[in-house]
Every structure is written in structure tokens, then in C-alpha cells.
Ligand binder design. Sequence first.
Ligand SMILES: Cc1ncc(COP(=O)(O)O)c(C=O)c1O
Length: 373
Amino acid sequence: MTDTDDAYDEPLFYRVIQYAVDADRDVVDMVSGNPDWEPPTALREGLKTYADGEPRDFQYQASEGLRVLREEIAARRNVDASRLVVTNGAGEANYLAMAEAMERDAGAEFLLTDPVYPYYPGKATMLGGEATRVPVHDDGHVDVAGMRAAASADTAAIVLNTPNNPTGAVYDIDAVAEIADVAAEVDALLIVDEVYDHFDFSGRFESALTLDRDHVVVTSSFSKSMAITGFRVGYAVFPEDLVEAARTRHMLVNVTGSRPAQAAVAQALDETPPSYYESVRDTLRERIDAFTTALDAAGAEYTTPEGAFYVLARFDGFPGTMDNVERLIDEAGVAGMPGEAFGDAYDDWIRFSLCTDRAAEAADRLAEYFAGR
Ligand SMILES: Cc1ncc(COP(=O)(O)O)c(C=O)c1O
């Protein structure tokens, strides 16, 4: 368990991207989590329809989100629409949830996993809280006993992400339920970021909403599931007693979200068949297979994702530092994220995103590079 006062960590991400762009050679970008596949057809149609709408449709909508979208989400998630705030992506949803955790005045510490999606410790610090990271098990799964040992009266919230970026673990719902108990025992919130919920290859994913607990906040978005990270449409489902404050904060910061984007997402939610999501998962399964097969050839240790779309790989004698990531860009033509960006637990590793149809080629390059070292 480590304390950290990490500030906003994301510049590292942009630094790697910039380094890859500036490189004097062809580089396969496996850094970003920007899907390279098609959004649902109905999404494009929804946008086109919107463009021909009346001027009144281009004005402010309800702050908490377009009613038709809230109703679609509520029906799908089996919650009352009154508990929903439509946000600018899961990013804002996580911010609102963490801000409400601080506002409850029941502690100022956020329990996170190590490794962790770097925006959580960044937000904890921004909100005047502290981040404590609890290392995950060797298989990437959350350490329930570790969370229990770390929880105290000072814990404002425990933040989980499943399916997980970067480990690819899909947490058992029983583990999430136990952590919800831990949070309740110390009067903290449990925030569960389910932004990768459509990317479950294990068949085990169950939303924390099914637990139906009164101190659990679930966040998600359409950024990944509809391949629209630029649209900025996400949501948070709050307990009844917190939703009003979250709505007010959302309104004071944003007024409201993007109406055309929300309208297009509502249409896509209504009209997109399950086969869309299944075919994206199939594509990703193929990429995982091709990439990990070539990693075997490179003699690397790696994680096979149960969910989400990242592979962590460890190359002998080649820790996941920024220097080594730059070396891989220059000498192998493959860009990944340094493991140290996600904490200490995986600082020997490099995270590769599968948002590229060149994953197999990248792995071949890695195999060739490490064979020659
Ligand atoms: C775990 C996690 N949460 C949230 C986000 C951000 O999602 P959004 O684009 O919906 O803000 C990401 C993006 O990579 C992510 O990996």
C-alpha cells in the first residue's frame, strides 16, 4: 500500500504520443484508448438527422441530460431516471462522484488500486483529497482483504474500475459486493467505473448496479462502447440522497452537455442491435490472439485481457520506464504506455492498447527487436 500525492498525470500520455508523432520512422500507435473501429450506423444517422433540425433543437437542453437519453439509459440499467446525470464522458461522471464523496465530509482519502487509471489519483489531489493505492493480486484482480485493511474512518470513497484499465481484469461481483460492504462499514462511497462494460470477454461481468446498495455510484459512458471518445457522453447513477448535489455541480460547471451528441447516442442506443457490440468484441479477440501469440515469440510475459482492450507486457531486463518506451518507439517502431504511469505495481511493464488494426504487425516488430537484443 502506498500513499501518493500524484498531481494530474495525463501529460505523460501526451508526451508519449508526441514522441511517437515526432519519431523519424513509422510507428504503430498502441498508446491511446481511442477506438479505430466504426461507430454504430444509427449514431451517424442520428447526427445527420440532427443537423437538419430546427434552431430550437440547437439550444440548451435539461442540465441533467436529454430526457430521451436518460430514459433509454435508465431502462437499460434498470434504475430510476431520477438517479441519473448525463455527463461529459465517464471522466466527468467520476469527477462528480469523487466530489460528492468529499462533500459528504466523511473522510478525504480515496482508496484506489495499484495499478490505476491515472486520472483517479489526479482527481483525488485536485479535490483536496489523498490517494492511497492498494496493490492488486498477481492476476490483476482487486485485493479485497487489502482494501479492508486500508479502509478507515478517513476513507471518503473506494474507486474501482471493471473491466479494468490497464490490467484487463473483470472483477467478480462477489468481490465488488465485499468491497461495497467495506465502504459501508467506514461510511464511504464505492465508485465503480464501468466504462468498458461492453468489452467483457470472460462472460463474468456484472454491473455494481445489480447490488442495489445505497452508497454505490456507478459511472460509465459511450466513449468506448460506441467508439466515440470525442463526443463526450457519459453518465453517473447516484444514490437518491446524492443525486441532487451532483446535478447542481454538473450544472454550475457545464450548464449542460452537448445536445447533438446526446441525441445521436439516444438514437444509437435505441436502434443498435447486440450484433454491433459482438462484432467489435470479435475483432478485439482476434487482435488479442495475434498480439499475444507474437508476444510469446518475443519471450515476453503478458496479461491476457478478460475485458477492456489493453495488454500489459513485461520484457526481461527492459522495465516500463519512459526512457524504454522512447527506445521502443525509435528502435522497434511501436509505441506503448510506460507501466510506471499507472503506479508502482506494474512499473516493470508496458501497456499496449489494441485500438489499432496493426496489433499483429506491432507484435512482430517487438519479437524481432527483442530477438536482436
Ligand atoms: C477507466 C477509464 N475511465 C474513464 C475513461 C474516460 O472515459 P470518457 O471518455 O467517457 O471520459 C477512460 C478512458 O480511457 C478509462 O480508461
